[in-house]
Ligand binder design. Structure first.
Ligand code: SF4
Ligand code: SF4
Length: 368
């Protein structure tokens, strides 16, 4: 009987490696607890339990669709969950853990979402176990850095760096990733690696380079811009999985999409590289784009209703050559809620609203 105490990061990587018998990339947080528990079942454990401080409603794993899929797969494989349990002590016999004593947890996060568990000492529970996997916390081990190295840390214990060049306070030493920025996703760390490599190259060659973005914008002919019907309502396609009875050892549980599933999944893309572009000079303020927008993200409002300071208002009037004594309007758009359906452009009678595609490319300019 294996108990996984979940919610943290570090000790778990080792546990997963031991369970699998081979290294596998391990994500952070309670995902790891779920992964490790499922692996323990597949590796031959008869019973695997996960105990977490969080209630189901608080569990990070249950905040995403993928997390729900993960959770359901773990349940199917027989993992038993014990939310709102705070491990109080391990009870051992002849050097081996035999029982874990828990107290209750009333809540794990405060109203601001900060980790601040409140325990319930009236609730006490013991669980017999043969093995315990701890997944309760991870931080960068910077103990190898000595004060003579000249590498400063921030008050929160991260490496102090210039975020643009990733240089530390010690010449010739560069840093990025979680050690410099705190926990983020792996894409940021990969980007840091690339940025640091460029900085190191500049440092070694004694040249300085500045990076800049090359932006190309192409207008999409309005009637050529189409999206699949109800694309914003297509459900995520869960990756197909192998049968429960084939999930042993290091077998791969999630297999790839079929072509049909992959096409369906890709239809959900909100095409963030495509934007609506509004040309005020061509707008006749007919309000049709506002009326047709399914997400209510467009609004035509009188300029007088906007809380603008006088200087900005003056700049706008001058930029658009508007008589300050004549009524003027502004088009407001909430880009966060736009789903790039293109209906506003399609409805616009004057081509004042268009769909345009943006291509960014990061380039280097080397100064000698
Ligand atoms: S593209 Fe669609 S969602 Fe976005 S502003 Fe236009 S109508 Fe609204
Ligand atoms: S539909 Fe076109 S012309 Fe009419 S308000 Fe919208 S952008 Fe302006």
């Amino acid at each position: 009987k294996v108990l996984v105490i979940g919610g943290g990061f570090v000790a778990f990587d080792a546990a997963r490696t031991a369970l699998r018998g081979a290294a596998e990339p391990a994500p952070g947080g309670i995902h790891e607890a779920v992964d490790a528990a499922r692996l323990a079942v597949r590796a031959g454990a008869e019973e695997v339990h996960i105990a977490s401080l969080e209630s189901f409603a608080e569990m990070p794993v249950l905040r995403s669709v993928q997390g729900h899929e993960e959770f359901e797969e773990a349940q199917k494989e027989g993992v038993v969950f014990h939310p709102q349990r705070g491990p109080k002590r391990f009870i051992g016999q002849r050097g081996k853990v035999r029982e874990v004593e828990f107290i209750g947890v009333k809540r794990t996060y405060d109203d601001n979402g900060r980790f601040a568990p409140i325990y319930d000492n009236d609730f006490v529970e013991r669980m017999q176990v043969d093995s315990v996997i701890l997944a309760i916390g991870q931080q960068t081990d910077l103990s190898f850095i000595k004060s003579s190295d000249g590498i400063d840390l921030t008050p929160s214990g991260l490496l102090k760096i210039d975020p643009k060049t990733l240089t530390t306070t010690s010449e010739g030493i560069f840093a990025g990733g979680d050690a410099a920025f705190g926990p983020r996703n792996i894409i940021d760390s990969v980007a840091n690696g690339k940025r640091a490599a460029l900085s190191i190259d500049e440092f070694l060659r004694g040249k300085s380079a500045t990076s800049y973005f090359d932006l190309t914008v192409e207008k999409i002919p309005t009637r050529r811009f189409t999206r699949p019907e109800d694309f914003e309502q297509i459900e995520r396609q869960a990756p197909p999985t192998i049968d429960l009875n084939r999930r042993t050892g290091i077998s791969e549980v999630e297999v790839g999409y079929t072509e049909e599933q992959a096409r369906r999944q890709s239809e959900r893309c909100l095409a963030c590289h495509i934007q609506t572009i509004y040309n005020a000079e061509q707008c006749v303020m007919c309000n049709r784009c506002v009326d047709v927008c399914p997400e209510y993200c467009l609004k035509l409002v009188p300029l007088s209703e906007l809380a603008l300071d006088d200087a900005l208002k003056q700049r706008l009037l001058e930029h658009y050559n508007v008589d300050p004594f004549m009524p003027a309007s502004a088009m407001l758009k909430d880009d966060d809620t736009c789903i790039r359906c293109g209906l506003c452009a399609l409805r616009c009678p004057t081509d004042a609203m268009t769909m345009e595609v943006f291509y960014y490319e990061e380039k280097e300019r080397v100064k000698r």
